[in-house]
Design a protein around this ligand. Sequence first.
Ligand code: ZN
Length: 315
Amino acid sequence: MQSDISLRCLQSLDHHNGSGLATHGLRNRALVGLGLSSAIGYLAWRRGSLSESGALGAILTGTFTTSAGSYTHAAMLVGFFAGSTVLPKLVRPHDSDRFDAIAAKGGRRDLWQVLANGGVATVLVIAPKSSAMDLGYLAALAAVNGDTWATEIGKTSQVPPRHVLTGKQLEPGISGGISLRGTLGSIAGGAFVGAIAAAGRSFEPRFTAKPSTLLATGAVAGGLGSLVDSILGATVQERRWCPQCRMYTERLEHTCGTATRIVGGVPGVSNDVVNLGCSLAGAAIGMLIGRYLSDESRLPAVEYWRPFQRYPPPA
Ligand SMILES: [Zn+2]
């Protein structure tokens, strides 16, 4: 009975096509999405890269994305997740203990971290289907993926990062710092998500923009999204200080066991809030590109935004 209700709930999400065939496809995608995200969530939890709540978040976002979107949407989400799990193990930062002492939560991602990174994309895939929404989804994921790659690849930089606004040298690992390697990493990370969308065109008629457009949208959203992340990190993100180790950190309780205190930024604006800003910036970039490229830009905004309505309306 309950699965019946959830299926009907998902059917209402499949607003782009009400035919029996589409419902059949929806049921398959819902099952594949639930199975795949449960398997990934479980493995990530076992390996310690997700907490219990983080695994729950991965299952929720994975199932909704695959059901309401397409297998290409799911593949992009998996690509983001796989990259951010594998990359920290591939790159060899010159001082990994130091980065770990600064990072807010270490390696184990919780529900808030999952939602901060994938929440905006999930909302966009549930929104009425359009090429602007699809590019918004692509760019929202490209932005957070770009930021993740920038952080990891930036750690290998031998040159100290510079403050994104003042250009002053910063200690490595502090939010708001940028480096050449990190910036190239952010563009590559964004393009990676675009490349998955482009590859998906061979299997599904979903991301209909040209492959070069998908790739470019990903790269731009990755670069600019990370830039927004760095600016927010340098300005509003709360900065904490461990009086024991005399170092900046994002942790409430430092790795040494000492309680940290706020010494700058806006209290409550955590790394999760900044990541949310990064993905919102990416989504905005993607939707602007999508609207600019498509005929939808000529439609009245009210019509275009009306939720759950088929568009264009039946003649
Ligand atoms: Zn400490």
